[in-house]
Design a protein around this ligand. Structure first.
Ligand code: MRU
Length: 370
C-alpha cells in the first residue's frame, strides 16, 4: 500500500490511494494538475497532516510540469531562441508561485501543509532557471523521505512508553495513510507490536467521516495488529472500566506551549483520560509544530460541509430546518498531554521550554507560519 507516490520524472504525476473509498475499495487516483491535487486534499482523498504536506509539495511539481508542457506547445511560435527560454523560465516560475498560493487554500489547520509549501517556495527562490523542475521535484522527494525517517524514529522513541500496555486507544487515523510508511501515533503501535508487545488497539470510529473505523482499522488489520472499533461515545465508559492502558493520537498543529489540534473528539478523550489516570500521548514530527503561535487559541480550525453531518450515506439524518456544527478539529490543552513523541525524542513534561529544546532548531530552518 502506497499512500502517495510520484510516478515518473519532472513530467510525471502524483498517485494517491483514494481514502474516501476505503475500506470497501482499494483504488488509486492520479493527479496530473494542480487543480487535481487541490481537489484531492480538500476532499480528503489524501488526508492526515504529514500526507497533506507531501501531497502539496508534489502538487507544486505538477504546476512546473504543466507550465513546461504549455511552453513546449507554444515554442514554435517564438522567433528568438534566447527570448523564448527567458519567457519560458518566467512562466514556469509564476505558475509555480501561483500553485503554492492556491494549494495553501486547500485546508487550513494542518501546519505541515504550509511548512511544505514554504520549503517549495524557498527552492523556487534559490534554484536556477535551467534546472528548476528537477530541483523542485528533488525537494518534494526529500520532504517525502524525511517524513519516512521521522515516522520510523517516532516509532522507536514511543514504543517503550507502551511497555506493559495491553489496550491502547486511538482516535482518527494517524497511521501510514496519514503520513509516510507507518505514520505517527500508529508508528508507535507498530513498533511496539514488532518488538513483541501483543498490543490490542481500540480505534474510535471518529465521526463524522469515520477515519478511525474506515482507515485505522483497515491498516492495523492489514498489518496483523489486533483492533476493535468503537463509537466515539463509548471510549469514556471503556476507560471507566479500566480497559484502556494508554491513549495515543496524532496532531495537525502544535503550538509553542504544547496545545495540540487534532481530529474533533480528541479533547474530550484527553479529559476522560486525565480523569481516569490513563496516560495521554501525542505523536507528531517537528513539521507539525508551529512555534509562531504561543498557544492553541489561534490555531485555525477548519469548518466543514453540513452534509458530512446531516447525511448518513444516502440517508438524510438531520432535518433541513436544523443547523449543523461541523468543526474538523479541536485543541487539547498541553496540561492534559502526558508526553509528545517526536522524531527527536520525547517531550515530557509538555511545556514551552521543553518543546523549544527539542524542536526549535528544526523550526528555525523554515518559516512554518502560513
Ligand atoms: O481530517 P483529517 O482526516 O485530515 O484529520 C487527520 C487527523 O486529525 C490526524 O489525527 C492528524 O492529521 C495526525 S496524522 C499523522
Amino acid at each position: 500500500m502506497q499512500t502517495l507516490e510520484w510516478i515518473g520524472g519532472t513530467d510525471g504525476y502524483l498517485r494517491l490511494i483514494d481514502q474516501t473509498r476505503l475500506p470497501g475499495e482499494e483504488t488509486y487516483l492520479d493527479c496530473r494538475t494542480v487543480d487535481d491535487a487541490h481537489d484531492a486534499i480538500s476532499r480528503l482523498v489524501v488526508r492526515g497532516a504529514p500526507a497533506i504536506g507531501i501531497a502539496a509539495a508534489y502538487g507544486v511539481c505538477l504546476a512546473a510540469a504543466d507550465a513546461l508542457r504549455q511552453n513546449a506547445s507554444s515554442q514554435q511560435a517564438a522567433s528568438h531562441q534566447q527570448d523564448a527560454s527567458h519567457q519560458q523560465a518566467a512562466s514556469v516560475r509564476s505558475a509555480v508561485a501561483r500553485a503554492a498560493d492556491y494549494l495553501a487554500t486547500s485546508r487550513p489547520t494542518a501546519v505541515n501543509l504550509f511548512w511544505a509549501l514554504d520549503r517549495m517556495r524557498a527552492v523556487l527562490n534559490r534554484a536556477d532557471d535551467d534546472d528548476l523542475p528537477e530541483t523542485l521535484l528533488r525537494e518534494a522527494r526529500q520532504i517525502h523521505d524525511e517524513d519516512r525517517r521521522m515516522c520510523a524514529a517516532m516509532g522507536l522513541y514511543g514504543a517503550p512508553l507502551l511497555d506493559g500496555c495491553r489496550n491502547v486507544l486511538t482516535h482518527c487515523n494517524a497511521g501510514g495513510l496519514a503520513a509516510s510508511e507507518r505514520g505517527t501515533a500508529l508508528a508507535v503501535i507498530y513498533a511496539a507490536h514488532a518488538s513483541g508487545n501483543p498490543v490490542h488497539v481500540y480505534a474510535d470510529e471518529t465521526r463524522p467521516l469515520l477515519q478511525g473505523a474506515r482507515l485505522t482499522a483497515w491498516e492495523l488489520a492489514k498489518a496483523g495488529v489486533d483492533v476493535t472499533v468503537l463509537c466515539d461515545s463509548m471510549a469514556a465508559g471503556l476507560m471507566q472500566r479500566g480497559q484502556v492502558d494508554a491513549v495515543i493520537v496524532g496532531a495537525d498543529r502544535i503550538a509553542a506551549n504544547g496545545d495540540a489540534a487534532n481530529k474533533i473528539g480528541t479533547y474530550p478523550l484527553a479529559i476522560v483520560a486525565r480523569h481516569h489516570g490513563v496516560p495521554f500521548y501525542v505523536a507528531a514530527p517537528s513539521s507539525t509544530f508551529d512555534l509562531s503561535l504561543p498557544n492553541g487559541t489561534q490555531i485555525p480550525i477548519e469548518q466543514r460541509r453540513r452534509e458530512e453531518v446531516s447525511r448518513w450515506g444516502d440517508v438524510q439524518s438531520v432535518p433541513d430546518e436544523a443547523q449543523v456544527y461541523n468543526p474538523a478539529f479541536d485543541v487539547t490543552p498541553a496540561e492534559l498531554i502526558t508526553a509528545i513523541i517526536t522524531e527527536r525524542g520525547v517531550i515530557r513534561p509538555v511545556d514551552t521550554a521543553n518543546i523549544r529544546k527539542i524542536v526549535a532548531e528544526f523550526a528555525g530552518q523554515t518559516d512554518s507560519a502560513p
